[in-house]
Design a protein around this ligand. Structure first.
Ligand SMILES: Nc1ncnc2c1ncn2[C@@H]1O[C@H](COP(=O)(O)OP(=O)(O)O)[C@@H](O)[C@H]1O
Ligand SMILES: [Mg+2]
Length: 222
């Protein structure tokens, strides 16, 4: 089943100072896809990911998640769907600052009860993002890159079917940037779909399809 489908979708901001961002845009996301959305800063990549993640509503057109029109879904249904199916790596920091590294992951895990939700999985993921020795630190005791890696781990902890990664390699050095992209592409190989936004083309090597966002529309790149 298709994970996500956008049909002639439009979204902008404001009324008097109107900014049109997405303009009759089409996109299809299937299991196993690793889609990179490239484009300069301010072009609308984050807006697109927020719409796909059901955190912003489209103004025109349709968005379907698992063949269901999201505009016909209740807030409660959307909340459940986001928790169970989506993993969002936000561009800006969205960590729980009063909780430790480990607790940030445990909290995300507690939102969805699955067979996979074990303490061992928290440990394994911390290991993979290089934070095992920081599990009792608070986010404010981490470097920018370590915070980013924690956000990546948090997005992956419930094995989401759709991973929305908004410039996930920001603040990361080459080594960790590469490792994070590898984690995402492994998730795609295991059947998840990844939609990655990038302003500097980091990650396009992993992509199964590349698009340029320009003038509110997506153009497929070779
Ligand atoms: N809440 C908002 N209100 C008004 N304009 C916004 C808002 N969020 C984003 N924009 C505008 O929408 C455009 C696209 O922003 P964004 O999606 O963040 O781009 P990108 O992620 O590609 O840098 C920008 O011109 C930005 O100024
Ligand atoms: Mg952005």
């Amino acid at each position: 089943m298709k994970i996500c489908r956008l049909v002639k979708l439009s979204k902008g901001y404001g009324v008097e100072e109107r900014v049109n961002v997405l303009n009759s845009l089409d996109l299809e996301v299937n299991p196993g896809d690793f889609i990179s959305i490239e484009g300069t800063s301010g072009v609308g990549k984050s807006t697109l990911l927020y719409v796909i993640g059901t955190l912003l509503k489209a103004e025109a057109g349709h968005m379907y998640l698992y063949e269901r029109d999201v505009s016909a879904m209740s807030d409660r249904e959307l909340t459940v769907l986001r928790a169970r199916k989506l993993g969002f790596i936000f561009q800006e920091s969205t960590l729980l600052e009063a909780f430790t590294v480990k607790e940030n992951l445990e909290f995300a895990q507690s939102l969805v009860k699955t067979r996979l939700g074990s303490p061992a999985q928290v440990e394994a993921l911390l290991e993979r993002v290089g934070l095992s020795d920081r599990s009792h630190f608070l986010p404010c005791q981490l470097s920018g890159g370590q915070r980013r890696r924690l956000m990546v781990a948090r997005a992956l902890i419930n094995r989401p079917a759709l991973i929305l990664a908004d410039e996930p390699t920001n603040d990361l050095d080459e080594y960790w940037g590469h490792r994070v992209l590898k984690l995402l592409s492994e998730a795609a190989r295991e059947g998840a779909a990844v939609v990655l936004a990038t302003h500097n083309r980091a990650g396009w090597e992993q992509a199964t399809a590349r698009y340029q966002l320009h003038d509110g529309q997506l153009q497929q790149l070779a």
